[in-house]
Ligand binder design. Structure first.
Ligand code: CA2
Length: 147
């Protein structure tokens, strides 16, 4: 079983900490990566951390890790609400998938209430801020112990 957790971030999340701090906070995606890497190391795991604004790139990363990973943490950004292609890629995975949203999407616009990705997710998180990523890493470590 692989020791690596794939952590994926979708469109516009490269702007984390730089714009809209009232919704997404002040920490950057580099801060999120550092937090997750430090936590994973303490749990005896590794992370592969990526962001892309391109749907096909996210799908290619999912394919690369769909069998050989401890799990996948994905914040698909706005693709959450639109992408059947990402759903199909996740449905082809044999590892646990945690869908992670920084904001509480259910308190926001109606179009953010539906997630295609949730149909493939093992677990779904929303509204924990960037702390949600660390909780997701911990959950995958927990599931790994049970596998
Ligand atoms: O709450 C989340 O994590 C979201 O996945 C973020 C997406 C949004 O479309 C989803 O509905 C909920 C947007 C990511 C954009 O990230 C930005 C961060 C800072 C500044 C601008 C955009």
């Amino acid at each position: 079983m692989s020791d690596t957790i794939l952590i994926l971030n979708g469109p516009n999340l490269n702007l984390l900490g730089l714009r809209e701090p009232h919704i997404y906070g002040h920490e950057t995606l580099a801060d999120v990566e550092a937090r997750c890497r430090s936590l994973a190391t303490s749990l005896g795991l590794e992370i592969a951390f990526h962001q892309s604004n391109a749907e096909h790139q996210l799908i290619d990363w999912i394919h690369a890790y769909r069998i050989d990973a401890a799990g996948i943490v994905i914040n698909p950004g706005a693709f959450t609400h639109t992408s059947i292609a990402i759903l199909d890629a996740l449905n082809a995975c044999e590892v646990p998938i945690v869908e992670c949203h920084i904001s509480n999407v259910h308190r926001r616009e109606d179009f953010r209430h539906h997630s295609y990705v949730s149909l493939a997710a093992t677990a779904v998180m929303a509204g924990f801020g960037i702390h949600g990523y660390e909780l997701a890493v911990r959950h995958i470590a927990y599931l790994r112990g049970a596998r």
